[in-house]
Ligand binder design. Structure first.
Ligand SMILES: C=C(O[C@H]1C=CC=C(C(=O)O)[C@@H]1O)C(=O)O
Length: 418
């Protein structure tokens, strides 16, 4: 167990049954309640609902390994019937961690039902009940209502206030104390009725199929950034940093992609993130491949510089142990990490909560997928708090960064407005 003391609500012993089922089709439309758990990309992944166990994770170092230790105990003591034995079958926990290690609010949930779909197979896992496996994913579902009468307001900083923060960050960087810092801002949307996460998930998955559409304890989004996937010994990551807006037509897109690849400022911003991921993974891996040059990832709202990373772990390490080594990367914090974190706390004038923290799932084998919670919102009844951030380097321009944040907000604005 790590240095963090976790609060756990769980029965003495979990009963877990996985059964292979016919293809349930769209996973998100199988979610029966707004309190959704989800991790879906290109129609594959996991959704969950209900709570067999909940871990409340306080602030402090060693959060990820502390959770891993506790889950190993909980899952190790469970009665498990898992004839599939694939990543995501058997006992699974979904989690979402605060960005800042000094902040509380991280949540890990072991659902009562998990529905999985990958590679032409589908399964249903029932957790916590001694009564045996459920035969069908959902008996009945609450009706869906899209958010209406939305009104918008600034979060901690107005647009000009945030531009001043960016300008201040540039000044700090020019003194040479740090190379890069990622600054974020928040926005609020107010709806007439409680916001149903399932509506937002369905819109995000349909519009951003290549992103990881996620939900965990009210944090909902579609992130393009894979922090780490572990499948046995294999690990994968997709490092993103450096952004441009989409073009107005295919020729404009091609020109913008070429400019992004050639942009010294964006290459610089990207290199900090790729380098740190390389350094964090190298001691954990027997083999590691990080491309020398990034490629362009095109999304419906923006384009990013992207480095797909692959490795083979040595030693017994769960996906959460690898998350512990990686978070926070310079894609969301900066270089050096401690100085960037200090500046973020000082300049953003807000607590990021779980935005820019790891979000994903882990199973009893230690396999799992964790993204960085970007392009997301924290739902609280009728209100949504949206976040977007931008990497700042010595030659960043505050107005251009504000426009970039605006483009990143468009994903969640679309999820809310349709
Ligand atoms: C911090 C965010 O994006 C990160 C990921 C990709 C590109 C980024 C950038 O170009 O600034 C950011 O590092 C965000 O979307 O809130």
């Amino acid at each position: 167990m790590g240095r963090v003391r976790l609060a756990v609500t769980a029965p003495d012993r979990l009963d877990v049954h996985t059964v292979e089922i016919d293809d349930p089709g769209d996973l998100i439309s199988c979610l029966p309640h707004p309190s959704a758990l989800a991790w879906v990309r290109h129609g594959e992944g996991l959704v969950g609902w209900g709570e067999a166990a909940r871990l409340t994770v306080p602030a402090g170092p060693g959060r990820f390994t502390a959770v891993q230790g506790l889950l190993a105990e909980l899952f190790g003591g469970a009665r498990v019937d898992d004839p599939l034995g694939v990543p995501g079958s058997g006992p699974v926990a979904f989690g979402s961690f605060a960005f800042d290690p000094a902040s509380g609010g991280s949540v890990v949930i072991v659902p009562r039902r998990v529905l999985g779909r990958r590679g032409g197979r589908a399964w249903l896992t029932t957790i916590g009940e001694a009564s045996g496996p459920a035969a069908r994913p959902v008996e009945s579902a609450d009706p869906l209502t899209a958010p209406s009468q939305l009104t918008w307001s600034d979060g901690a900083l107005s647009a000009p206030g945030w531009q001043r923060a960016v300008a201040a960050a540039v000044q700090h960087i020019r003194t040479g104390r740090l190379g890069k810092v990622v600054l974020a801002r928040d926005l609020y949307a107010q709806a007439a009725e409680p916001i149903d996460a399932r509506v937002l998930l369905a819109r995000l998955a349909q519009r951003f199929p290549a992103c990881y559409t996620f939900a965990c304890a009210g944090l909902v989004g579609a992130t393009p950034e894979l922090l780490i996937r572990r499948t046995g010994e294999e690990v994968e990551s997709l490092v993103l940093a450096g952004t441009t807006a989409r073009g107005t037509d295919p020729a404009d897109d091609t020109a913008r992609a070429a400019r992004l690849l050639a942009s010294a400022k964006d290459r610089h911003e990207h290199a900090y993130a790729a380098q740190m991921v390389r350094e964090a993974l190298a001691p954990l891996c027997a083999e590691l491949s990080v491309p020398d040059d990034p490629q362009v990832l095109t999304l419906p709202n923006v384009m990013h510089l992207a480095s797909p990373v692959r490795g083979r772990l040595h030693g017994e390490r769960s996906v959460l142990d690898v998350v512990e080594a990686l978070h926070p990367t310079p894609a969301v914090c900066g270089t050096p990490t401690d100085r960037a974190l200090e500046l973020i706390r000082h300049l953003e004038a807000m607590d990021r909560g779980r935005y820019a923290g790891p979000v994903g799932w882990v199973d009893a084998r230690g396999d799992g997928e964790w993204g960085i919670a970007l392009r997301c919102a924290e739902l609280d009844g009728t209100r949504a708090r949206l976040f977007a951030g931008c990497g700042i380097v010595a030659d960043s321009d505050p107005a251009a960064e504000l426009a970039e944040a605006h483009n990143k907000f468009r994903a969640m604005r679309y999820a809310l407005q349709g």
